[in-house]
Write a protein that binds this ligand. Structure first.
Ligand SMILES: [Mg+2]
Length: 174
């Protein structure tokens, strides 16, 4: 089927049952993962919030103790992403332009890990999952930490649902 390559590029290797912290910490070891790259908005923190929820903090502290972790965001606000990265004490890149591979390639070079051993964790199919699959990373789709509220968070969640609908039309099982 001509849509098969599209389907494969949009299919996460793993779909979390809920937000980031619904992933059991051992998922890294189970899938032979050595490092992780995480999206920020609606993955770690609601798109309209600046403070990551305590569950996200605890989950990331645990992960950071055991593996190299980077934040890679498409957000154009360097200040916002820098603030969140500082709170989490993690290296970061903003304005990444996912699904472009450029920024992730730079981060992977610094991590010095083979792509299949690196998790790409994010909430969006057309940015996080697409770029991760293009680079051969282990892609993980998570649900946004905040399910309510208006503003950009609401628009982003609507877009996320639309992407999932489109992906399903190409045969992605979600
Ligand atoms: Mg996001």
């Amino acid at each position: 089927m001509f849509l098969d390559p599209v389907r494969d590029l949009l299919t996460p290797r793993l779909v979390a049952p809920g937000p980031l912290w619904s992933l059991e910490p051992e998922f890294m070891e189970r899938y032979g993962l050595q490092g992780a790259i995480l999206d920020v908005d609606n993955t770690i923190v609601g798109a309209d919030e600046l403070e990551p929820p305590p569950e996200a903090l605890a989950w990331l502290h645990d992960l950071r103790d055991r593996h190299p972790v980077w934040l890679v965001s498409n957000n154009f606000s360097e200040k916002r992403i820098a603030t969140i990265a500082h709170t989490l004490q993690l290296p970061y890149r903003s304005r990444a332009g996912k699904p472009s591979r450029r920024t992730l390639r730079e981060v992977l070079a610094v991590m010095a890990l083979a792509p299949p051993t690196v998790a790409m964790v994010g909430d969006r199919l057309f940015t996080d999952i697409l770029v991760g699959n293009r680079l051969g990373l282990f892609t993980v789709l998570v649900q946004p930490p905040v399910a309510t509220g208006g503003g950009w968070g609401q628009r982003s969640r609507t877009l996320r649902n639309w992407e999932i609908w489109v992906a399903r039309q190409t045969g992605v099982l979600l």
